[in-house]
Design a protein around this ligand. Structure first.
Ligand code: HEC
Length: 95
């Protein structure tokens, strides 16, 4: 059963929203496919960082990377963290 509701709950983030968030906040350093590595940003195509750690890095920042804990909601951070995992091309250690 499909019910198309016209809800606009800010807490409900669709999977594709991670991509939108990434394009808005992350491409300046990471590039559209995660490989830009501006300012020493890690190549997200080969990152095997677990999801919890990604959420931590995005929320609190690390070294040059800015924190997004006050810019994005927890749900948005989780969505974009999950999106960064999809950028992995498997050229790292195969995980
Ligand atoms: C100002 C530049 C900058 C921006 C903007 C930025 N990052 Fe980063 N990011 C970095 C740098 C630099 C590192 C490496 C941090 C370190 O020294 O460990 C990093 C590391 C990461 C890592 C860890 C990768 C690994 O394997 O260590 C993730 C995940 C990540 N960024 C995701 C994001 C996401 C998602 C966004 C947008 C919400 C974002 N970044 C925005 C610069 C940036």
């Amino acid at each position: 059963m499909f019910i198309v509701a016209c809800t606009n709950t800010p807490d409900k983030v669709k999977a594709q929203d991670g991509k939108t968030i990434f394009k808005s906040f992350c491409v300046t350093c990471h590039g559209i496919d995660g490989s830009l590595m501006t300012n020493g940003a890690k190549d997200l195509r080969i990152s095997t960082m677990p999801i919890e750690e990604r959420i931590h890095v995005i929320t609190n920042g690390r070294n040059i990377m800015t924190s997004f804990g006050s810019t994005l909601s927890k749900v948005q951070i989780k969505a974009v963290a999950e999106y960064t995992q999809t950028l992995n091309t498997g050229s790292g250690n195969g995980n």
